[in-house]
Design a protein around this ligand. Structure first.
Ligand code: C2O
Ligand code: CU
Ligand code: CU
Length: 489
């Protein structure tokens, strides 16, 4: 049964039983409101300086640990981290090199690392079966053979991914190459990583305790943090800056825009540079997705500020019903290095549809398992199935091309679908928004499928064989079982 039908049938029968038809209209209204409890963002004062994770090039060590950090004003919170401080360092590598990352797990629970967007051998991909015991260690050897882009890393132990990410385990992984370097994009102080997440606090402690209903919608925090800091402010210069934006939230989608309405230029997506810059006024970014953005801030007067915000995008889902500020940029410097937006960024060869050997369709709307699931509504599923560690659900041939369709036509929930081990192109979206947004004109590994939408993606599997997962990147949905295995043979 679909969630909406469940609420309709149960809600209507209860109401008609005791109140008659006069309450039916309000019942319908209530039903809409029930796609998520109201959860309003609490905006801070935007006076904490934006933290920038350190950049490490080449081989490194990640010490997974419980530590404390100051996320809120004047109070410290217990967090999980890859270092003694917020988040993990930004790992930077050049395409063509091999990076080894030694992970020391100092937690008293299992964890592992998935290199989201990187195409690496099966045993390095952080499949939920490949865990590092508490107290144990593992060295990931990552051959980097792909386009420059903003990738990221996070844990992937089944049924613990959402909590571990929420508690602080995440970092960026930046790949560079000569094509990107030749563009001389804004760099150093003018290249700003933004990891946007939402958190819930109880006092100054991070509170991860999703209710049954919050597993349906995803766990939404009231505090928006950027790079681990609540309501931060960053100084900018008059001119161009590059923002590498990652949505590292477990479930929240942002509709990014600036408070003064100015447009900005999307130059890259999950899998690196677009062919040409796309000028937009707003940009939807779902959990797991990245956007590489160039902003010309020269219209802001010295001493003035502008907010990065999330605009409303849905009346129906609790997500998207509120506009709120994410962070503040304050103009502090009269000049930035000269830069001219290039007309062309890269070449994207479209994968020919004629090369497709198989098309697979996945229903992502259904809740399965009947009364066994949350509040009796069932669990999130893909193709009617929930995750089983040892079951291979789909088998694909290495180096062949397929189309996968994610069908949320009948669904009520927001599902950002992610496939490991591959980068894909988006062919089309039918229903709902009905078109492709700026980031979707480039290489992707995660695609937002809103209720009422169907999205078709095309991809050529790599030569790495083995078992990989694909799943919803709403991490509450993922941990609920909205994940399947596929094997490349
Ligand atoms: Cu970022 Cu399997 O996910
Ligand atoms: Cu991934
Ligand atoms: Cu989902």
């Amino acid at each position: 049964m679909k969630r909406r039908e469940f609420i309709k049938t149960s809600g209507l029968s209860a109401i008609t039983a005791w109140a008659g038809p006069s309450l039916l209209l309000s019942a319908c209204h209530t039903e809409e409101d029930m796609i998520g409890e109201d959860n309003w963002i609490v905006e801070g004062s935007f006076n904490q300086p934006l933290f920038r994770p350190a950049i490490v090039e080449g081989n490194t060590t990640l010490n997974v640990q419980t530590t404390t950090a100051q996320m809120l004003n004047n109070s410290s919170s217990s967090i999980l981290s890859y270092r003694n401080g917020l988040l993990g360092n930004t790992i930077k590598a050049t395409s063509g090199e091999t990076v080894s990352v030694q992970v020391q797990n100092n937690l008293s629970e299992e964890t592992n690392i998935h290199w989201h967007g990187l195409i690496v051998p099966e045993d390095m991909d952080g499949h939920p079966k490949d865990l590092i015991a508490g107290g144990g260690s593992f060295t990931y050897t990552l051959p980097i053979n792909q386009r420059a882009g903003t990738y990221w890393y996070h844990p992937h132990p089944h049924e613990a991914t959402a909590r571990q990410v929420f508690k602080g385990l995440a970092g960026m992984f930046i790949v560079t190459d000569s094509e990107e370097a030749a563009l001389n994009l804004p760099s150093g102080d003018f290249e700003i990583p933004l990891i946007i997440q939402d958190k819930r606090f109880s006092g100054s402690s991070l509170d991860y305790s999703p209710s049954e209903d919050e597993i349906m919608t995803g766990y939404l925090g009231e505090h928006i943090i950027v790079n681990g800091i609540y309501a931060p402010v960053a100084s900018i210069a008059k001119g161009w800056q590059r923002l590498r934006v990652l949505n590292g939230s477990t479930a929240r989608v942002y509709n990014l825009a600036f408070s003064n309405g100015m447009s900005f230029h999307v130059i890259g997506a999950d899998g690196g540079l677009l062919a040409t810059p796309e000028n937009v006024n707003s940009l939807m970014l779902a959990p797991g997705e990245r956007a590489d953005v160039l902003v010309d801030f020269s219209g802001i007067a010295l001493g003035q500020s502008v907010y990065l915000q999330s605009k409303k995008f849905s009346q129906y889902n609790v997500q998207g019903r509120q506009q709120f500020n994410i962070m503040k940029f304050v103009m502090a410097q009269a000049t930035a290095p000269a830069f001219t937006l290039p007309a062309t960024l890269s070449t994207i060869n479209m994968i020919p549809v004629a090369s497709v050997v198989k098309t697979r369709t996945f229903d992502i709307a259904a809740l399965v398992g009947g009364m066994g699931g949350h509040g009796g509504m069932g669990r999130h599923s893909i193709g009617g199935k929930t995750f089983q560690m040892d079951r291979v659900d789909e088998t694909v041939q290495a180096n062949t091309t397929e189309i996968w369709e994610f069908d949320n036509w009948m669904g009520d929930e927001i599902h950002p679908m992610h496939i490991h081990g591959v980068q894909f192109q988006i062919l089309e979206r039918t229903g709902g928004r009905g078109n492709l947004i700026a980031t979707e004109k480039g290489w992707k590994d995660t695609v937002l499928v809103m209720p009422g939408e169907k999205v078709r993606v095309i991809m050529t599997f790599p030569s790495y064989t083995g078992v990989f997962v694909f799943h919803c990147h709403n991490l509450e949905h993922e941990d609920d079982g909205m994940m399947l295995n596929f094997e490349i043979i």
